[in-house]
Ligand binder design. Structure first.
Ligand code: GLA
Length: 688
């Protein structure tokens, strides 16, 4: 009976209420993952003392400890965790408890084989490499609720615990019978009838028409566009249900002071599911920042931070950061001395309030023995330990000024998972890398405005003077109405290539691109072209070339203006419009139909920022130096980072408080990987 009740209780509706707003978690912290269950208890104090000596204030524990928490079904051993939390607290270290559901114990796999994930090829997982579970399994969700309920009852009011991380890097969907049945049920709830599903999916094509729900396949092979997009939405909802199943039981037993998050992996831009929707149901969001092979790409790393911040439009945590190197890259090289510190400060500059290294120390015989750590197999510091300690000390000095602050942007880039999926299902050109196209916009806009948000099209756009929407392939009628209202109210909208081609069911819009916004644009896309060779373009934003993708536009309304035109090239595009703009209401709508080379993209972005009157709060800095501005009660904090290969000198228009070096300065010298944290204190703000 218990197991039946458990199963019934566990399978909760996937859709959660709207975002749970919560006050921000405690101040600026540097920390590390720590696995006390992997070490003799007499070792703990030495580790925690070294963490404390380095200035670490945060430890994440538990996310792989299920076999230590529940060594046999229904038998819980939590006293060790209570002692570990108390020991951490005694060293001034706050604890995040990770729910242990990313690595189920062997007894669970043996007793409940129905919980095992089956991959798209029909291969059933087995024990031993973590993540072998099915995210849809009612039995697994019941067992998750039990173990998380035990943890929340025991530690939900523990003063040493400040947050809960649900699971660890949600990753694999499952093709087991339970998932399949749930997918069909999800479709039935969405469409109501097979007739409506067939109509929306256009299944007369190739005689695909379905006459039974259980005929419908799962996955995103070369299937029907409507089916594939709905499958990704189903995966999103299933992960939301998996997450809600645990969040509900934590919220039932834990102190509201203890915030709930999860750590999304996949280098940030993974699109296995809609990460913004998953993040909406939490108290705050975290991501795992790994560079892997090579070195910091500050544009990509900063943009990923801004993508993560944009999911909830609030600050976030970096729950995992490589301590110099990983163990899974083709070449797991080390970041340069000072480069790890540079990454931490760039993450903070883009809105991180906590950064935790993965991991403190390698288990002597686990699968990740070569991974970067802060102490070696002897438990003694490795070279990076001193860099971590320096960074923690700097964060302590800047914490008061940064408290309650966050980046403020007048410019936003729209990032839409439906559009990501729709284009990736049918790229038309293997060279069309949507993240790369978005980063082109980000690089140019960040250079011109020094702060850029990356947000979902459904957010409040009126906060921005300029909104750019590269590759906004799916534009539903609701999003179209929001974008039109934004422009008419005075916003400046730039639509990029491939925008407005599909409706919300991934079907072609009957109108030419930009579909429901074509009338507003006063122009349209006459034809799209995947390019083999670059095509020259020139106009108001400068001259250069279109590469990878080019759309022939037409300007049809009398007040629609061609601002960029193709030169002689592939014949179809010769002399035709590449970009069109038009005043609408109190704003403007612009469509750029081509991927542009970097220099021309930069001058186009600068023109957009100028014309929108954005970017007024910038600090003049030399090339290679990034400015990150966070605004809060203490004033404006400018985090300067020298990403260049040579030392840099930054002259300041006015004296600013040097939070790391002390005093007021009118200039700063930045070595390679150098960091400066400066404060323009607001009038009336208390002195440090
Ligand atoms: C992921 C996982 C961690 C660890 C690291 C190694 O982020 O969350 O458990 O495996 O990778 O880089």
């Amino acid at each position: 009976m218990k197991s039946l009740l458990r199963v019934l209780g566990a399978f909760l509706p996937a859709l959660a209420a709207g975002p749970a707003r919560a006050e921000p978690p405690p101040g600026l912290m540097l920390g590390s993952s720590w696995y006390p269950e992997q070490w003799p208890e007499e070792r703990w104090d030495a580790d925690l003392s070294r963490m404390q000596a380095a200035g670490l204030k945060l430890a994440r524990i538990g996310e792989f400890a299920w076999s230590s928490i529940e060594p046999a079904e229904g038998r819980y051993t939590l006293d060790w965790m209570e002692r570990a939390i108390a020991a951490a607290r005694a060293h001034g270290i706050a604890v995040v408890i990770g729910t242990p559901t990313d690595a189920p114990p062997a007894w669970l796999t043996r007793s409940h084989p129905d919980t095992l994930r089956i991959d798209a090829d029909g291969q059933r997982m087995e024990h031993g490499m973590r993540r072998q579970f099915s995210y849809s399994s009612a039995t697994y969700r019941a067992l998750c609720r039990d173990v998380v309920g035990q943890l929340a009852r025991r530690f939900g009011h523990n003063p040493g615990v400040i947050a809960w991380q649900i699971d660890n890097e949600y990753t694999e969907d499952s093709f087991d019978p339970e998932s399949r049945a749930q997918f069909h049920e999800w479709l039935r709830a969405r469409y109501g009838s097979l007739g409506e599903l067939n109509r929306r999916w256009g299944t007369a094509y190739w005689s695909e028409a379905y006459d039974a729900w259980d005929e419908i396949p799962m996955g995103t092979g070369r299937g029907n566009p409507g089916l594939m997009l709905d499958y990704k939405r189903f995966v999103t909802d299933t992960w939301r249900g998996f997450q809600k199943n645990q969040a509900d039981v934590i919220r039932r037993y834990a102190d509201p002071r203890q915030k709930i998050t999860t750590n999304l992996g996949g280098l940030g831009w993974a699109d296995r599911f809609n990460r913004r929707d998953v993040a909406a149901d939490l108290d705050f969001i975290s991501w795992d920042d790994y560079i892997g092979q090579g070195h910091l790409d500050p544009v990509r790393n900063g943009a990923t931070d801004d993508l993560v911040r944009g999911w909830r439009r609030e600050n976030f945590w970096v729950m995992e950061l490589q301590p110099a190197f990983v163990d899974w890259a083709p070449i797991s090289n080390a970041l340069d001395p000072g480069e790890t510190r540079e990454v931490v400060w760039e993450d903070i500059g883009h809105g991180a309030d906590a950064v935790a290294f993965w991991q403190w120390r390698s288990d002597l015989n686990g699968q990740e023995q070569y991974h970067g750590t802060l102490v070696g197999p002897d438990g003694e510091p490795v070279p990076l330990y001193a860099e971590a300690a320096r960074t923690a000390a700097e964060m302590a000095r800047a914490a008061a000024a940064l408290a309650g602050s966050s980046p403020r942007s007048e410019v936003a880039i729209l990032h839409d998972y439906d559009s990501r999926w729709a284009i990736d299902f049918h790229p038309q050109s293997t060279r069309y890398d949507q993240v790369g196209v978005l980063l082109d916009y980000y690089r140019g806009l960040r250079a011109a405005a020094q702060s850029v948000d990356i947000v979902d099209p459904r957010v409040r756009l009126e906060d921005y003077r300029l909104v750019a929407a590269p590759s906004l392939n799916v534009i539903s009628k609701d999003v179209a109405a929001r974008l039109e209202a934004y422009v008419r109210a005075g916003g400046h909208l730039v639509l990029g290539p491939r925008s407005g081609m599909k409706d919300a069911f991934n079907a072609l819009n009957p109108e030419r691109q930009p579909g429901p916004l074509a009338a507003d644009l006063g122009g349209r896309v006459e034809q799209f072209y995947a390019l083999l060779d670059d095509v020259p373009v020139s106009g108001e934003w400068g001259s250069g070339s279109a590469t990878i993708w080019a759309e022939e536009l037409s300007a049809r309304a009398p007040d629609a203006r061609v601002v960029l035109r193709y030169g002689a090239g592939n014949g179809w595009l010769d002399g035709r419009p590449a970009a069109v703009t038009r005043p609408l209401g109190r704003g403007t709508i612009t469509y750029l139909g081509a991927v542009l080379d970097a220099p021309l993209m930069g001058s186009a972005c600068a023109a957009w920022v100028r014309d929108a009157g954005a970017g007024g709060n910038t600090l003049a800095v030399p090339a290679g130096v990034e400015v990150c501005r966070r605004v809060g009660p203490a004033g404006e904090v400018f985090i300067l980072l020298n990403h260049g290969s040579a030392p840099a000198h930054v002259g300041l228009r006015e004296p600013l408080e040097d939070l790391l070096g002390g005093g007021a300065v009118r200039e700063v010298g930045l070595p390679r990987h150098g960091v400066a944290v400066l404060l323009r204190r607001s009038a009336g703000a208390a002195p440090p």
